[in-house]
Design a protein around this ligand. Structure first.
Ligand SMILES: Cc1ncc(COP(=O)(O)O)c(C=O)c1O
Length: 358
């Protein structure tokens, strides 16, 4: 059973780190991305539309093969809008026991949408059709009604694990077989597509709504899109406004996201190679065991509850890691932590592990 304590503990850190692999969200926009943002053509997106935002939404809808996509300030808001429009208060949403929506969105589904979240622990690291099937309750006057299924691909808590298309299709068939819409938290769907060669549209076809994020591997500073059928996204548009997510000259941000999609998508393969390199470098050090990464996230399981010590020893050597829980630390390869930098400073992570676990 996974043990959850306060994650991402901010360790005191002075000066610039030599390597920051806490998350792929720490990237800073490149000079070229900043230029694209500065030059963006803009309008009032809440009033009557912003041309660059429209362009981003069209590009994303095309890539995902959906009727429409809508720009959001964050993945969390887009996830919650998807839940709002596809559930009823007093119902439950079924999802993976380690899902971001369950653990890291501070009970927004309950607080904002009035739904209960029912985590299902998969037989393997990520839940599959058989797990979902086993989790669906028989209808009864005593049982809460389900309203939707949420699935995360890649799966952050499982170490960036990819749910392959075949498994996702099976899961989706089970959900749709009992009339449950599927929401795909695809914050890192880009990584899944690049790692497997499966198209984004094939993955998206397994879901009714899909969230993709621009502020992770693609290196943009802000934003996500929610995509799906036009009528569903039209309702999500109203919910975005209700959540306070209407953004005026959002083209400035959309331009960064567009730049990321157009220039940083294919290079995600380099992050996957960098993560594998790091995984091999640290696996076994001091008894630590690495979850071999499918994509860019390296979860390092410690033989004892010494995550704080590993994180602080690494920080003292100039490398920032994140604590996932007491006996797990996370390192993520990204645009600003490329393989060269990981090759140069990764040995410091091995040293921190060896020292902390000695
Ligand atoms: C799998 C997953 N879903 C959703 C989110 C939320 O995205 P945001 O930080 O843009 O709200 C994250 C953020 O790390 C994530 O990893």
């Amino acid at each position: 059973m996974t043990e959850f304590v306060v994650p991402f503990v901010a360790t005191p850190f002075f000066g610039s780190p030599l390597l920051d692999v806490r998350s792929d969200t720490v990237t800073r926009p490149t000079a070229a991305m900043r230029r694209a943002m500065a030059d963006a053509e803009v309008g009032d997106d809440v009033l009557d539309g912003d041309p660059t935002t429209r362009r981003l939404e069209a590009v994303v809808a095309e890539l995902l093969g959906t009727e429409r996509a809508l720009f959001f300030p964050s993945g969390s808001m887009a996830n919650q809008a998807a839940i709002w429009v596809q559930s009823e208060p007093g119902t439950e949403i079924l999802l993976d026991a380690d899902a971001h929506i369950f653990h890291w969105e501070i009970a927004a589904s309950a607080a904002l949408c009035g739904v209960q979240v029912r985590p299902i622990r998969g037989a393997t690291s990520v839940f599959r059709a058989a797990d979902l099937l086993a989790g669906i309750r028989a209808p009864s006057i005593h049982a809460i009604e389900p309203s939707m299924v949420c699935v995360e691909n890649t799966h952050n808590g499982a170490g960036g694990a990819v749910t392959p298309l075949h498994d996702l299709r099976e899961l989706s068939t089970v959900a749709r077989g009992v009339n449950l819409p599927v929401h795909l938290d695809g914050a890192r769907l880009w990584n899944a597509a690049v790692a497997t060669g499966t198209s984004l549209a094939d993955f998206a076809d397994c879901a009714d709504t899909v969230m993709v994020s621009f502020s992770k591997g693609l290196g943009a500073p802000v934003g996500a899109c929610l995509a799906g059928r036009a009528d569903v996204i039209a309702r999500a548009h109203r919910v975005r406004k209700r959540f306070g997510g209407g953004m005026r000259q959002s083209g400035i941000l959309a331009a960064g996201a567009l730049y990321g999609v157009e220039h940083h998508l294919d290079r995600l393969a380099e992050d996957h190679d960098a993560a594998k390199y790091l995984a091999h470098l640290v696996d076994g050090v001091g008894g630590a065991k690495v979850v071999m990464p499918d994509t860019n996230i390296v979860m390092i399981d410690l033989p004892s509850a010494r995550a704080d010590e590993v994180v602080s020893r690494a920080a003292a050597l100039g490398v920032r890691l994140s604590k996932w829980h007491n006996s797990r630390v996370r390192a993520v390869a990204h645009l600003d932590a490329p393989i060269g930098l990981i090759a140069e400073h990764g040995p410091k992570i091995a040293q921190a592990l060896a020292d902390a676990l000695a």
